[in-house]
Design a protein around this ligand. Structure first.
Ligand code: GLY
Ligand code: MN
Ligand code: MN
Length: 464
């Protein structure tokens, strides 16, 4: 945990921003995998972590805005539990570490909320994303499950986003730490990769590194020779010479701050001419995006800068024809990069996605596009110093998507579909790095950049 003054300051700020009523924050409970006592790794709710730092299941909190008090609701474990878990800090001890003076039994939460509701006070809560907390909110507040999301407090969401999206120095140090682990994971994969091994061996190895350094992976690792399947979680293939391996993987520190890197490299350590050409387009898009990021410009404009580089490169490859400006305007690049350029990152790998992209990546000045590709951009609004974001351009040759665009003659005046034939089995390339926006520019996170140029990768892999 950070020091208690930090959590107290964050809660004071939150109260000031929300202005009136009571704020209910639910922590997570253990989540069973296949029977009650066989749980998934416990992952605390990131909002709860941000305001209290308590990484234990079964906690809830109320911040009373008018009285300025914070209360925690949780039960101490029984002797029967201690037999299985060993002694654990008491609720009082954990509350003390978080700067909270008042603690209550879990069952008292219901009566506290009932009194608040009876007195006509507004109960602010965040949109729940786990079934257990949806049911808990139904029981506590008497709202039908289908309606709970629509009763979530927009004032509270806005307040939480405004605090969490500007990272403090102590948070940046944590993210840097997660990036160090990310560096180790990706370079270990490059070292281990060779024809005859399997995707699964690489996945197991790098996930082990994440666990050995912190809380484990920050999301399910993608380790695939089918990089064109954007979130491919199967690891069933044997590695084959001539193929590219795409790895999108990151780590969480023991305080749950995340990293998120992607590298794509040749299984045999040497790019073919065609792979090198496509790779360099994606790398140029990544580098160009980094150069243009600074506070005050929108991330949408950075996405469009990267899109322009992709179109220029694909035009040079002979796949696209016409004016690059017109291609960007018409979303031609969506065929090759159907996702957005990046997202915020912090306690969640897609930071605060539970609160809604309309608050986290968009605002009154930034409306979501309806266009295929650009419409998937998670972060479009103006960048501010303190934002941590990912930059992850890619080029993918997705057979089903190409077939659909071709038969619908979508953007047919720009795309030479006959030239796309030779990319049928190419797969996909993504290159992802993490950055902190500062006043004047942005800084790549991590002490060293994971090998990224063709030369760096080939040299690194030649030395295996
Ligand atoms: N790891 C998923 C992403 O890069 O957004
Ligand atoms: Mn990623
Ligand atoms: Mn990402």
């Amino acid at each position: 945990m950070f020091n208690k003054e930090l959590y107290m300051r964050r809660r004071d700020e939150l109260r000031k921003k929300v202005k009136t009523g009571v704020i209910l924050l639910l922590g997570n409970t253990d989540s069973p995998a296949n029977y009650p006592s066989n749980a998934y790794r416990f992952r605390q709710d990131s909002n709860f972590l941000y305001f209290f730092g308590i990484d234990r299941p079964g906690f809830a909190a109320i911040l009373d805005i008018e009285s300025g008090t914070d209360c925690l609701y949780a039960d101490d474990i029984s002797l029967k539990d201690i037999v299985w878990t060993g002694p654990q800090p008491s609720v009082k001890e954990l509350a003390e570490l978080s700067g909270v003076k008042k603690t209550f039994k879990k069952e008292e939460l219901y009566s506290t909320l009932s009194i608040a509701i009876r007195n006509g006070r507004k109960v602010h809560f965040l949109p729940p994303y786990r079934e257990a907390n949806i049911l808990r909110l139904r029981a506590l507040l008497g709202i039908k499950t289908d309606h709970i999301a629509s009763y979530a407090s927009a004032d509270l969401i806005r307040a939480v986003v405004s605090l969490r999206e500007i990272k403090g120095q102590e948070e940046i140090a944590q993210i840097e730490n997660a990036c160090e682990t990310g560096y180790e994971m990706h370079t270990a994969a490059m070292r281990l990769c060779r024809p005859g091994r399997t995707e699964r061996e690489i996945a197991g190895h790098i996930e082990g590194i994440a666990l050995s350094k912190g809380s484990g992976v920050s999301f399910q690792s993608i380790v695939t020779q089918h990089g064109e399947i954007l979130h491919n979680h199967s690891y069933n293939n044997k590695l084959r010479s001539g193929k590219l391996l795409l790895i999108d993987a990151g780590a969480e520190t023991d305080m749950n701050y995340c990293s998120d890197f992607t590298r794509t490299f040749p299984v045999n350590g040497r790019f073919t001419e065609l792979q090198r050409e496509v790779y360099n387009i994606v790398l140029t898009a990544n580098d160009t995006a980094f150069r243009s990021i600074r506070s005050g410009i929108t991330f949408r404009s950075v996405h469009l800068e990267a899109a322009k580089i992709l179109c220029e490169g694909l035009k040079e490859l002979g796949v696209l024809n016409g004016s690059v400006e017109d291609m960007v305007e018409n979303g031609v690049y969506g065929l090759f990069m159907p996702h957005g350029l990046g997202h915020q990152m912090g306690l969640d790998v897609h930071d605060m996605e539970d609160l809604g992209e309309e608050y986290v990546g968009y605002n009154e000045q930034t409306e979501r596009s309806g266009m295929f590709g650009l419409g998937s951009l998670r972060m479009a609004k103006k960048l501010k110093a303190g934002h941590v974001i990912t930059v992850e351009p890619g080029i993918y040759f997705i057979p089903d998507l190409i077939a659909k665009w071709k038969s619908g003659r979508i953007n047919a005046n720009f795309i030479d579909y006959s030239r796309l034939e030779k990319f049928k089995d190419f797969g996909g390339i993504r290159i992802e790095d993490n950055a902190i926006v500062t006043d004047k520019e942005c800084r790549m996170l991590g002490k060293k950049r994971v090998p990224a140029t063709v030369e760096e990768i080939e040299e690194f892999m030649a030395a295996r």
